[in-house]
Write a protein that binds this ligand. Structure first.
Ligand SMILES: [Zn+2]
Length: 304
């Protein structure tokens, strides 16, 4: 598997600085006085809440039918996927509204448009530290090529993360625990799988990997894929969640990132029933919109 040159190291510590807050305050004052008109291109949302100063913040951003997750801990930030191309602007607005100007890590889980499409907008709008993506020669929609072209235009290198490599995100640690095999043209099973640990709490991000390929991360790779919060693979499809897999993962909360009334029927009824039978709570972005959680290292709660 070819590896490309590593990306530049992120500079870190970029959230909600006092300077940024002051700038917002001054702009708000100017806006109130009619000195600034907020055009449709404004990325600032003065009504937005600040990120929690303590703990690990995890947001499953509602991008319709697609995936997008934002994590922040100790002043460092990470974005995993950004939905389809047309969702990119909303993702950028969400990040800007939370005071984000740079992302320490950006992860493209795999080369499907509903994951990498919106990343064009993000990597064109924010300072980027390390950009991770799997290596693939297969790009049926052209979305991954656009993503790579935008990265190249911005002078960013794409890093193919070695399996088992670990990185810190503030006080949290994330590890690439999959995929453990080269799945060639099967882009879903080529999804990068990330495990994020903060204190005693853990989160698993699965892209669109199928249940068999995810089980292999434990059975073949020997990685611990148990977690408190599982982002269901492939938007809650039955191809990605079955009883055997849940026995490995044993989550308390499952997140389905899917669009309202999506034509795929995600999350699939079999998956919803399986979670109910096992007493695993299900949260869906098509029902709840963006889901924001915060971990203090021992418990996970909805962000205030
Ligand atoms: Zn997908």
């Amino acid at each position: 598997m070819a590896k490309r040159r590593p990306a530049r190291k992120g500079r870190g510590g970029i959230i909600g600085t006092g300077l940024f807050a002051l700038a917002l305050l001054l702009m708000y004052a100017a806006s109130s006085l009619g000195l600034i008109s907020w055009g449709s291109e404004s990325r600032l949302d003065l009504g937005a809440e600040a990120l929690p100063e303590q703990g690990l913040f995890v947001a499953y951003i509602d991008v319709g039918q697609g995936d997008c997750a934002f994590l922040a801990c100790g002043g460092e930030t990470m974005l995993i996927d950004a939905g389809v191309s047309s969702a990119g602007e909303a993702v950028a607005e969400y990040l800007a509204a939370h005071g984000v100007t740079e992302l320490d890590y950006v992860v493209c889980t795999h080369a499907h448009d509903d994951h990498c499409g919106g990343l064009d907008e993000v990597i064109g709008s924010f300072g980027i530290g390390t950009l991770f993506a799997p290596y693939t020669e297969f790009d049926s929609s052209g979305a991954f090529t656009r993503f790579e072209d935008t990265a190249a235009e911005r002078g960013l290198y794409v890093t193919v993360p070695p399996l088992g490599s670990e990185f810190t995100l503030g006080g949290a640690v994330f590890e690439f625990v999959g995929p453990v095999s080269d799945w060639g043209s099967d882009l879903n099973d080529s999804s990068l799988v990330l495990r994020v640990d903060y204190g005693e709490t853990s989160f698993l991000f699965t892209g669109d990997i199928s249940s068999g390929a995810l089980e292999d991360c434990a059975l073949i790779g020997g990685y611990d894929i148990s977690c408190n919060v599982l982002k269901l693979g492939h938007h809650g499809s039955s191809s990605s969640t079955d009883a055997e897999l849940l026995s490995f993962i044993r989550p308390e909360l499952a997140i389905a990132c899917c669009g309202e009334g999506n034509s795929y029927g995600h999350p699939h009824e079999e998956v919803v029933s399986l979670l109910q039978e096992r007493g695993i709570e299900l949260m869906r972005t098509d029902v709840l919109g963006t889901i924001e959680l915060v971990s203090d290292g021992s418990t996970i709660a909805m962000a205030a």
